[in-house]
Design a protein around this ligand. Structure first.
Ligand code: DQA
Length: 148
């Protein structure tokens, strides 16, 4: 199956961005590990990062045309602001896992609210780069179940 990984604003700076919060892995490190793990499980995984809300919305729209089976998304700050991204994910009806490197519940109060979580299959936060790896494992299990 096709798995799409979406990264929102400022995640291109991973590795140098507030490393005490977000860790030292770069986005390229994370994406390479995800692609390798997905390939090992027999799936195709593509990653896309943008700082622009419209680009993420349009990538979600394209995912439906491409037959993407599952999305992993770290929406960055759009988590807390974007009704447009929420509506796009609802419109394409592709199951998605919401991912955050940091524990958004242990930070500023404005990070506790997500416009996406109630639509997500599940949410993983607080494990740094491992949040993505754990989200992918959950996604792989779900895909394996739906293949039977
Ligand atoms: C983040 C948490 C968000 O609150 C923040 O705006 C980010 C990254 C995370 O991965 O921990 O950009 O999504």
């Amino acid at each position: 199956a096709k798995i799409l990984v979406l990264h929102g604003p400022n995640l291109n700076l991973l590795g140098t961005r507030e490393p005490e919060i977000y860790g030292r892995d770069t986005l390229a490190d994370i994406d390479a590990r995800l692609a390798a793990r997905a390939a090992e499980a027999g799936h195709a995984l593509e990653s896309f990062q943008s700082n622009a809300e419209h680009a993420l919305v349009e990538r979600v729209h394209r995912a439906r045309e491409e037959g993407v089976a599952l999305i992993l998304i770290n929406p960055g700050a759009f988590t807390h602001t974007s009704i447009a991204l929420r509506d796009a994910l609802a419109a394409v009806a592709i199951p998605f896992v919401e991912v955050h490197l940091s524990n958004v519940h242990a930070r500023e109060p404005f990070r506790r609210h997500s416009y996406l979580s109630d639509l997500a299959v599940g949410v993983i936060c607080g494990f740094g780069g491992d949040s993505y790896a754990l989200a992918l494992e959950a996604a792989l299990r779900r895909l394996a179940r739906s293949a039977n």
